[in-house]
Structures are given as structure tokens and as C-alpha cells.
Design a protein around this ligand. Structure first.
Ligand code: NAD
Length: 332
């Protein structure tokens, strides 16, 4: 089976290469998958893609015309795939559902701790021998209320960590997860979560229902000074409304690992280009109480190892005729 691996970085070569079984040949391509690059997959059996690759209907048409029968995602989220159209053109889609919920949950906690205790500011100050504490005031996490939206794999690990800090957890999901409830999370409606949470952390997928989940109306119902954390998908936040809420102090701190328009920015070194033409992103970076990381929540040795293993299992299952281990279908 010949697989074209799009958006391949050095770490993809390392981890996928190490997990590759006999009979699966990988061609690593640095290009992102787009309508323009889909032709590169002609003659391959499958493509392996990541979150910024475009697997929309026109791209699927081009892939199918070139002989592609399988798309394997090196990610859990699949909002970049037109699943209905994949079914129409006979392309199977597979993903890595739970490679390491710890990696992303721990990154969300890292954002909370760094923001709350102003670690970036403290780091820079101490390097200049400035030991003044003004501006570094934080709060105890113990006793604070954390709102968790989406209590699947990642939200549950996040809940476990936050209860370990002694936080009260309010959870909101379209279905109750008994594991989360057993950890002590109290399932509440969205209004109650918005009104009571000192910290809101988003762990639901990006869907039509969750697009701009936190918009100006929702943000107006939060506690003044709330900390908002998004390690899930950029589209969950209405970034314009978030900027307005930061200006008014409605949001007291923002930690994001994902951004609505990240596909034009993330995963590349753009420091040399100097063409910073995303004004909303540039505005976000002007706030001292905003911490942005470039979609690195998944980026641990453990997660990359697991992603590579499950990706190979998906490919092997398809090659063997039994189907990928983790197919993605329209119903889930
Ligand atoms: P999961 O499927 O295990 O859990 C998602 C939860 O969200 C489910 O419990 C589901 O019921 C809930 N949900 C769905 N729609 C909802 C709605 N409208 N309101 C409230 N809850 C809703 O997924 P997971 O493995 O926990 O991953 C969550 C998300 O994290 C992924 O969809 C992906 O976007 C993101 N993610 C980010 C990174 C990163 O590197 N930053 C890495 C992996 C995953």
C-alpha cells in the first residue's frame, strides 16, 4: 500500500517511520493538501493528513479521481473533512480518536498556570534582574470554579486534574459522562456554567452546533474577569467578540492553542517573512493577559508515538480488507 503523507514534518518522518510495518510505503510530502496539491497523490492508495490539510469536496473529488480510497487523519478532530462527500466518492476516512488525552489536557492546565501566575512576564523580568512582584498577582486554583465544555476523553482528564487542584468543576455536554460525574463534576446547563465559572475550558469538537460557541452573547453572561482556555478548535471562539471582551475586561485572561484562522499561520516559522497581515491575530498578541501557543497541545512523545501506531493500524486494517480500526462516519 502506497501512502502520501501530506504536511510532513521531521517529527512525522521520525514517529511514522518508526511505526511503519512491512507492506506500507510512506512518501513524505511537505506540502499541505489543498485543491492545488491533491494531484501529488495520484497513483497512491491512501493519503495521511493533519489538521490544516483541506479535505473538502473538491479535494476529495481530485483524490478519488487519482485513485485514493482512504484518508487517514493523524488527529482526533475531523472538522476539515467533508464526510458526506467522502461517502459519495467512495473514500473511507479514519482518525486517531484518543491518542493521548493527557497531552492536550495537560497543555490546557499549563496555559492556566502560566496565565494565572504570569510566568512569561516573570521569566522576562528575572532575566533583566527585575524582581519586583507588581503585576504578578495570581489566585489560588483551590476552591475556584472551573467550567468544562465537552467531557469526552480530554475534558475528562482535564476534570481529573482540576479536581486534584481542589477546584469545583461544572460540566456541560450534550451527554453526561459517568466517569466525569464520578470525579465530582456537576453537570449544569450552559447559562449556569457561564455565570459561575472562574475559568472556562473548551473541550468539545468544532461542529455546526459549536461554531462560535463563545460569541458576544455568551461572553456577556460570563463572570467579569473570567479566564477562557481553548485547546480544542479555533472556531469555537468568535475571535472578534473575544477581542472586544478582552478590551472591556470581561475576559480577564485568555489562553489559546488554536485560532480560527490558524491555517494561514501555524506550523511554520514565519518570523522571517514579516508579512503579519492578520490584524485580529496581531491585536490578540497586544494583550499582556493573552497567551497563544501554536497548536502544540498534541505535541508529546507519548501522543506522537500513539498517533503513529494507530495510523499504521488504520492503514493495515484497510490494506487487509478488514477496514481501518477507527473509521469516521457521519454518525460518529
Ligand atoms: P471526544 O469526542 O472524546 O469528546 C468531545 C466531547 O464533546 C464529547 O463528550 C461530546 O459529547 C461533546 N460535545 C459535542 N458537541 C457538544 C456540544 N454542542 N456542547 C457540549 N459538548 C459537546 O473528543 P476529545 O478526544 O476529548 O477531543 C476534543 C477536541 O479536542 C477534538 O474535537 C479536537 O478538536 C481537540 N483536540 C485538540 C488538540 C490540540 O493539539 N490542541 C489535540 C487533540 C484534540
Amino acid at each position: 500500500m502506497r501512502v502520501a503523507v501530506f504536511s510532513a514534518k521531521d517529527y512525522d518522518r521520525r514517529f511514522l517511520g518508526a511505526a511503519r510495518p512491512a507492506g506500507i510505503d510512506l512518501d513524505f510530502l511537505e506540502h499541505r493538501l489543498t485543491a492545488r496539491t491533491a494531484g501529488l497523490a495520484r497513483g497512491f492508495d491512501a493519503v495521511c493528513v493533519f489538521v490544516e490539510d483541506d479535505v473538502s469536496a473538491p479535494v476529495l473529488d481530485a483524490l478519488a479521481a487519482g485513485g485514493i480510497r482512504l484518508v487517514v487523519l493523524r488527529s482526533a478532530g475531523y472538522d476539515n473533512v467533508d464526510l458526506a462527500h467522502a461517502g459519495v466518492v467512495g473514500v473511507t476516512v479514519a482518525r486517531v480518536p484518543a491518542y493521548s488525552p493527557h497531552a492536550v489536557a495537560e497543555h490546557a492546565v499549563a496555559l492556566i498556570l502560566a496565565l494565572n501566575r504570569h510566568l512569561c512576564r516573570a521569566y522576562n523580568r528575572v532575566r533583566e534582574y527585575n524582581f519586583a512582584l507588581t503585576g504578578l498577582l495570581g489566585f489560588d486554583l483551590h476552591g475556584r470554579t472551573v467550567g468544562v465544555v465537552g467531557t469526552g476523553e480530554i475534558g475528562t482528564v482535564f476534570t481529573r486534574i482540576m479536581t486534584g487542584f481542589g477546584c469545583r468543576v461544572l460540566a456541560h455536554d450534550i451527554r453526561v459522562n459517568p466517569v466525569c460525574a464520578e470525579l465530582g463534576a456537576e453537570y449544569v446547563d450552559l447559562d449556569r456554567l457561564l455565570a459561575d465559572a472562574d475559568i472556562i475550558s473548551l473541550h468539545c469538537p468544532l461542529t455546526q452546533d459549536t461554531h462560535h460557541f463563545l460569541d458576544s452573547a455568551a461572553l456577556a453572561r460570563t463572570k467579569p474577569g473570567v479566564m477562557v482556555i481553548n485547546t480544542s478548535r479555533g472556531g469555537l471562539l468568535d475571535t472578534g467578540a473575544v477581542v472586544a471582551a478582552l478590551k472591556k475586561g470581561r475576559i480577564g485572561a485568555l489562553g489559546i492553542d488554536v485560532y480560527e484562522e490558524e491555517s494561514a499561520l501555524f506550523f511554520e516559522d514565519r518570523s522571517e517573512h514579516g508579512a503579519f497581515d492578520d490584524d485580529v491575530f496581531a491585536r490578540l498578541l497586544t494583550f499582556p493577559n493573552v497567551l497563544v501557543t501554536g497548536h502544540q497541545g498534541f505535541f508529546t512523545v507519548d501522543a506522537l508515538t500513539r498517533i503513529a501506531e494507530v495510523t499504521m493500524a488504520n492503514l493495515s486494517g484497510f490494506a487487509a480488507g478488514t477496514g481501518p480500526v477507527h473509521p469516521v462516519t457521519l454518525v460518529g
